[in-house]
Ligand binder design. Structure first.
Ligand SMILES: Cc1ncc(COP(=O)(O)O)c(C=O)c1O
Length: 486
């Protein structure tokens, strides 16, 4: 415990109007705090001169109290180190009424959230999915922009705000989304959020009521399921086939209020939703009276073709809410994402964001707007696209060399991960646990299913993994596969 906090606590506990002298009060308080365990054994007390100055007392008053407590055995001094709490009275700790630990449990919704959304594992290294290559991020340029905007921060940019994000960032983002993703939007329709996760959570809270039906892709993104569950929605599996989410395969007859989808690169299967399926999904949503939440999380990483335009731009009406993130193209710790919502809803979204989460980080948003406007963003995406393409090829080659015939890799020239289908006799969980013991993360595909898994495999992230780690991770995977007896 820092001596400064002890001074502060004593300063607020001393009663200068009391009949009890200040030295006596000091002794009583220290005795009480030591015997109750509030000041544990070996805690260094502030030097008497320092404490006297902080408490505006004579130094002798403090010295008297320290000496008395030393005589009683509560305190001791050590040459050159100062006065500290002895261990003598620690056994008295807990004399007060024992704390009633956790009188209440989690809510039903809380328990469900915890049960179905376990802590993510394997946050970086081979083959953690969804992690970009942050070592090659232009840190120097980014730091300069951040420093400039922090230095020039106006009082307004440091106060509470409720404008849905910095205007210059919303402007460059609107240009980017219209041009690169065919999203229909004006800067006014954009809400800057703390990552896609908050964007999804906010959409669920504002567009649905607890108990409403939400379709989620199966297999699908755990973060979205957590956001929808957290808002009290009932999740229904919407199976994904070779053309993307297939409304015809949903077995629950209740109409959905919200459909969550990743059409440009389905997570985690990697399927790109065909045009026919996009039109069918839009039509289905129209008939059901459902919102569609389109999560365009990694559309920047297409290696051999232009990405398909966003579903939002294809819709005849305004039922598609578009969500995106800078986590993959910048870095996840930035926590900046965005929503594009219909004009008629933007005020409600802004107000809810300001009430539920509060806005902030305006100097960072200003740096990001400059990073994009100055061309650094596009340059970084181009470099990463090239790098991730090479890494994907490397992973495919390494697995073809070491584990040929044992794994089937997902097709497609896009994204930051591949799905490797396993032979039926190999347990996803067993192989994942054995690899984790060797420092290699192989996420079981089964974790992405709401119901029974229809495919059996592993999700292998490669974007943030260098050549050496890809080779090593592939060898570990191959040796585990070869060691598993059919
Ligand atoms: C499908 C999908 N959406 C969104 C995200 C990013 O979310 P956030 O912006 O909250 O980091 C991820 C990250 O892994 C993802 O896989």
């Amino acid at each position: 415990m820092h001596a400064q906090w002890i001074s502060e606590a004593l300063a607020s506990a001393l009663d200068r109007h009391s009949k009890e002298g200040l030295s006596r009060q000091l002794m009583r308080l220290l005795r009480l705090w030591i015997s109750s365990g509030r000041l544990p054994g070996n805690t260094m007390l502030p030097a008497s001169r320092e404490l006297a100055a902080n408490l505006k007392l004579g130094r002798n008053t403090v010295l008297n109290a320290y000496e008395q407590l030393q005589a009683e055995g509560y305190l001791a001094t050590q040459q050159g180190a100062g006065t500290y709490v002895t261990l003598l009275f620690q056994h008295k700790a807990g004399h007060e009424a024992p704390l009633r630990r956790q009188p209440l449990g989690l809510s039903r919704r809380g328990s469900e959230l915890y049960q179905y959304c376990p802590m993510p594992q394997g946050l970086h290294g081979a083959f953690a999915p969804g992690v970009p290559e942050i070592r090659q991020f232009p840190h120097h340029c980014w730091q300069q922009l951040l420093a400039r905007h922090q230095r020039q921060a106006t009082p307004a940019s440091l106060l509470y705000r409720d404008d849905g994000g910095l205007q210059p960032l919303r402007e460059v983002l609107a240009d980017y989304l219209q041009l690169s993703r065919s999203v229909r939007c004006s800067p006014q329709q954009i809400l800057i959020t703390q990552g896609a996760q908050q964007a999804l959570e906010l959409s669920a809270r504002l567009l649905c009521d607890a108990g409403d039906i939400a379709w989620v892709e199966d297999p699908g993104y755990a973060g979205a399921k957590a956001a929808l569950r957290g808002a009290g929605l009932t999740l229904i599996a919407a199976p994904v086939d070779s053309e993307g989410l297939n409304p015809a395969l949903v077995t629950d007859a209740r109409p959905p209020r919200l459909i969550y989808t990743t059409p440009s690169h389905q997570y985690p299967s990697g399927v790109v939703m065909t045009l026919a399926r996009r039109l069918a999904l839009l039509q289905h949503a129209e008939q059901a009276g459902a919102w569609i939440v389109e999560d365009d999380y990694d559309s920047e990483f297409r290696y051999d073709s232009q990405p398909q335009p966003a579903l939002q731009g294809l819709a005849r009406d305004e039922r598609v809410i578009y969500a995106g993130t800078f986590s993959k193209v910048m870095y996840p710790g930035l926590r900046i994402g965005y929503l594009v919502v219909p004009d008629s809803l933007i005020d409600a979204f802004r107000a809810a964001q300001a009430r539920l989460y509060r806005e902030g980080q305006y100097p960072v948003q200003a740096a990001l707007a400059d990073f994009i406007a100055g061309g650094h963003f596009a340059r970084h995406i181009r470099r990463m696209r090239e790098l991730y393409r090479e890494r994907q090829h490397l992973l495919r080659r390494a697995l073809a060399d070491t584990a040929a015939g044992q794994l089937t890799l997902s097709p497609g020239e896009a994204g930051m991960h591949l799905v490797a289908t396993l032979p039926a006799h190999i347990s996803e969980t067993a192989i994942s646990e054995a690899a984790a013991a060797q420092g290699v993360w192989l996420r079981p595909l089964g974790r992405h299913y709401l119901g029974a898994a229809t495919q059996h495999g592993l999700v292998l992230g490669y974007a943030g993994v260098d050549q050496q780690a890809i080779t090593h991770g592939s060898q570990v995977l191959a040796s585990l596969l070869n060691g598993a007896t059919p």
